[in-house]
Write a protein that binds this ligand. Structure first.
Ligand code: PLP
Length: 403
C-alpha cells in the first residue's frame, strides 16, 4: 500500500528527541525557545510563540483579540473544521464565504460582500499550501469604508482600529507570496505541525506575530506566553531555577504550551526545510503535473504563479466532468489498487454540526463544485519517483474504468 502522507522520521530526528528525553527537561524549555527563534528568522515576522497545536494557536489569538458573543469572523467554506470550531469556542459566529474556482482559496470579492459592522476578524486559509491573495485582503481591511464599519470593543481592537487578518497557514509554512514567506504576510499567522504536515512535531503549532504599530510584538509575546500557561507569571522552566519558586496567576489562562520533545523534531526539520523538504515536495508536484497533463480529464492544481509558490503540501487533483458519486467510486478503485488517497476537504456547510446551525452548501456553489471532483493524492518526503508513477497509474486506470 502506498500511504497518503506518513511523516519523515529519520535518525537525525530520533537522535534529537533522545537527546531531549535524556536531558532531564522534556516540557517547554530551551529547545522550544530555540525553535521559536528559528521560526522567526525563517519567515522574518516579528516574533513567534510555539503552542500545542494549530487549533490552540488560532483560538488563543481570537481570544487575545477579544472575539466573543455578537462578533463575526469571516472564513472560507472550504477548510478543515479547526478554522471554524475555534470561532464557535469563542462564542462568535463563523461567516463562511465561497472560494475561487482556480486555487481553492477564499474569494476576496466574497469577503467584501460578507463584511458587516460585527466583523472582527478575517481568517484566510492557504489551502494545500498555496497562499491567498494577501495584498487584496490586507488592502480591503484598510479601506476607509470598511474601517468605518469596524466597532472596536477591547483595547486590542481599539489599537488596531480595523478588522484583524489572522491567517490559517496550517498547510503553508515555506510558501511564498511576492518573495515573502507566510508568517510575515498578515497581522498574525498560525502554522500547524500536526503529523501530516510538511514540518511536523507530532502535534504542535506556532503563532507568528507581525502586528503593526502601535503594538509591541515582544510584549504581546510575553502576554501570550502567560495566557498559554494558565495565566501563570512564570513557566515551569524558570520556576525550577534556585529560589524562583513563587508565582502568581493573573488570569484563567489556557494550557497550550509546546514541549521540548515536540520542539526537538521541529529543530531538525526547520534547518533543512527549504533545501530538502520543499525541494523534494516540489519534485513530486512537478512529476504529477507532467504526468497528469497528458490527460484531458485531469485538472492540475495551481501551485506556482509569477507571484506565488506553494509549500507543496497537498496535491488537489480534479477530474473534469464528474460528480460526487463518481468521484467516490474512483476513490474506491484507487484504494483497491493499494494507493491511499483523500479529499481536502468536505466543505464545512456540509457537516452535520454546521448544517444544524443553518448553513447550507447551496450558498457555496464553487466550494461544492471543487469538492465534488477533487481527489488528494499522496505527497510525502520518502515518496520515490517510482511510487509517484504507481500512484499515477492507479489514478489513471481508476478514472478510465469509471468515466
Ligand atoms: C486548514 C487547517 N487549519 C487548522 C488546522 C489545525 O491544526 P492542528 O491539527 O495543529 O490543530 C488544520 C489541521 O489539519 C488544518 O488543516
Amino acid at each position: 500500500m502506498i500511504p497518503f502522507s506518513p511523516p519523515r522520521m529519520d535518525q537525525k530526528i530520533i537522535d534529537e528527541v533522545i537527546d531531549t528525553l535524556k536531558s532531564g527537561w522534556i516540557t517547554t524549555g530551551p529547545k522550544t525557545k530555540l525553535f521559536e527563534k528559528k521560526l522567526t528568522a525563517y519567515a522574518r515576522h516579528k516574533t513567534t510563540l510555539c503552542v500545542s497545536s494549530g487549533s490552540a494557536g488560532l483560538e488563543l489569538m481570537l481570544r487575545w483579540f477579544g472575539v466573543g458573543k455578537g462578533d463575526e469572523v469571516i472564513l472560507p467554506a472550504y477548510t478543515y473544521c479547526a478554522t471554524a470550531n475555534v470561532i464557535i469556542h469563542c462564542g462568535a459566529k463563523p461567516v463562511f464565504v465561497d472560494v475561487n474556482e482556480n486555487d481553492f482559496n477564499i474569494s476576496v470579492k466574497e469577503i467584501e460582500k460578507a463584511i458587516t459592522k460585527k466583523t472582527k476578524v478575517i481568517m484566510p486559509v492557504d489551502l494545500a499550501g498555496f497562499p491567498c491573495d494577501y495584498d487584496e485582503i490586507n488592502s480591503l481591511v484598510k479601506k476607509e469604508n470598511i474601517r468605518k464599519l469596524f466597532i472596536p470593543k477591547t483595547n486590542e481592537q481599539k489599537s488596531l482600529g480595523r478588522i484583524l487578518v489572522l491567517s490559517d497557514a496550517a498547510h503553508s509554512i515555506g510558501a511564498k507570496y511576492k518573495g515573502n514567506k507566510t508568517g510575515s504576510l498578515t497581522d498574525i499567522t498560525v502554522y500547524s505541525f500536526h503529523a501530516v504536515k510538511n514540518l511536523t512535531t507530532a502535534e504542535g503549532g506556532a503563532i507568528c506575530l507581525n502586528l503593526p504599530k502601535p503594538f509591541n510584538n515582544a510584549e504581546i509575546y510575553k502576554d501570550l506566553n502567560i495566557k498559554s500557561l494558565h495565566g501563570q507569571t512564570k513557566d515551569a522552566y524558570s520556576k525550577v531555577k534556585i529560589g524562583n519558586w513563587r508565582y502568581d496567576i493573573v488570569e484563567a489562562g489556557y494550557k497550550y504550551n509546546m514541549t521540548d520533545v515536540q520542539a526537538s523534531m521541529g529543530l531538525v526539520e526547520i534547518d533543512r526545510y527549504d533545501n530538502d523538504m520543499i525541494v523534494k515536495r516540489k519534485q513530486i508536484f512537478d512529476q504529477y503535473a507532467a504526468e497528469f497533463s497528458k490527460y484531458k480529464w485531469a485538472k492540475i492544481p495551481v501551485y506556482e504563479t509569477p507571484e506565488k509558490s506553494s509549500s507543496y503540501h497537498a496535491f488537489l487533483l480534479r477530474i473534469n466532468g464528474i460528480d460526487e458519486e463518481k468521484r467516490d467510486k474512483i476513490i474506491q478503485s484507487i484504494f483497491d489498487k493499494k494507493v491511499a488517497v483523500n479529499v481536502h476537504f468536505i466543505p464545512l456547510p456540509m457537516m452535520s454540526f454546521y448544517k444544524n446551525l443553518g448553513y447550507d452548501i447551496k450558498n457555496y456553489p464553487v466550494s461544492y463544485k471543487n469538492y465534488s471532483c477533487e481527489i488528494s493524492i499522496p505527497v510525502y518526503y520518502n515518496l520515490s519517483k517510482e511510487n509517484v508513477q504507481t500512484v499515477v497509474e492507479a489514478v489513471v486506470e481508476s478514472v478510465e474504468e469509471n468515466i
